[in-house]
Every structure is written in C-alpha cells, then in structure tokens.
Design a protein. Sequence first.
Length: 234
Amino acid sequence: MILPLLGFSQYPSIENTNAPDDMTNQRQKMVREQIANRGVKDKKVLDAMLKIHRHRFVDESLRDKAHNDHPLPIGEGQTISQPYVVALMTEALKLKSDDRVLEIGTGSGYQAAVLAEIVKEVYTIEIRKGLAGKAEKLFNELGYKNIKVKYADGYFGWTEYSPFDAIIVTASANHIPPFLIRQLKEGGRLIIPLGSTLYYQTLTLATKKGGELEVEQMGGVAFVPMIGEAQKGR
Ligand code: SAH
C-alpha cells in the first residue's frame, strides 16, 4: 500500500511545533512501512502519527532512533511503545472525534498525543511523578489543550471525569482493574495488555455490553508492568 503524501495545512489548531520538519521523511517511512503495510487502515490514526513529532517524546540522545520499529527507553526503567503497537491499540478503540478517552500509563506522552489528535478530550494518569511532570510540560510546549495529566495510581481510574468512551491501559496487568470497567461507558471499549508474566502479555480488547465485558484477544505484546494496587495481593 502506498500512502498519499499528506499536507499538514489541515491542522491549524496546534502550533507549528507539529509542522513538517527534517524528520518528516522518517515519519512518513515509519507510517508507511511499519503501520500501513501491516494493515492499520484508520486514516485518523495514520494522519496523527504522520503529524506528531515522535522524536520530541524521547531523549535528545535517542532522537535518531525515535522512528525505529521497537520500544525505546524514556527513563525510570520505562519505555515509549513501538509505533506499530500504538497504532494498533488506537485503531482498535474505534475512536470518534467527540470521544473522551482515559489512558493509564502516560510515560513519554506519545500515545496521549496520538489520542489528542483524534478525540475531543484525553485524560492520562502516570504513577511516576517525574514522567508525569515531563509529559505535562511537553504537552504545553506542543500546544495540546485537550490533554489532562494526573500523577496517581491509574488502577482507580479518574472518577471525576468518568464515564469514558474508551480506556487504554499501556502497562500490563493480570486482570482488568474493576474501577476501569465501572468508568467505561456502555458500548465503550477498553484495551489492555493482559498477562501474568513479566515480559509477554496478550493484547485484550473488551467492549462493555449490557454491563458485561465482551472480550477479544489481539495477539502477543510486551509491556512494562502496571505497579501499585494492580500488584497487591494478586
Ligand atoms: N503510553 C506510554 C508508554 C507507557 S510505558 C507512551 O506513549 O510513552 C508504561 C507507563 O505506565 C510507565 O510510564 C509507568 O510508569 C506507568 N505505570 C505503571 N503502573 C502505573 C499505574 N498503576 N498507574 C499509572 N501509570 C502506571
């Protein structure tokens, strides 16, 4: 599949910090080869990933690797997810422009930025203070006004702004936190890497129907673990 070269003029809302730059070719190659060629079709997801300056979400020393086909370290032992996994998870949520989405595990902030390009409001929770602060600062620099960051244990969700149209958990757990199920709208979708091993999990998509979850497995992934309450007594 060959992607059309997309103009960027249709995005006047965010400052030109997201405008074409010397990494544009690398982003186009990343989206074409790693994402579109592997079957991700949602144009909103492809456009968001073409536009967002992914290299801004990693340390300067790693910027030349920012578009590689694997996760990268972001400090405190955590990682920014592989571009394809970000695309796959975002597409699976079938997002609409007026949706409100909750993310657990802000990390670098890249996934939240992808969501923020597509939906109306993004709420993201990070349990590591340093990462939460850094991501919030970057969102301000890049002009994102529709992302709210909270430094807390995401296991409990964000009641104040619930219910959400979609929830994305970007750290692994061996069960779906019940608070998140409660905070998901009827008909809403939740995606989470589920598994009991430290290194491999099954990407699991759950849809809330009649108060129950309809669950679909989407394949193997490797995420860092969800810490805090998720690990207590289990
Ligand atoms: N979405 C991120 C990548 C996530 S890495 C990105 O786009 O870069 C997983 C993140 O989940 C880490 O930053 C980790 O600190 C965070 N995390 C782990 N347990 C958590 C919890 N209980 N609540 C909120 N965040 C958590």
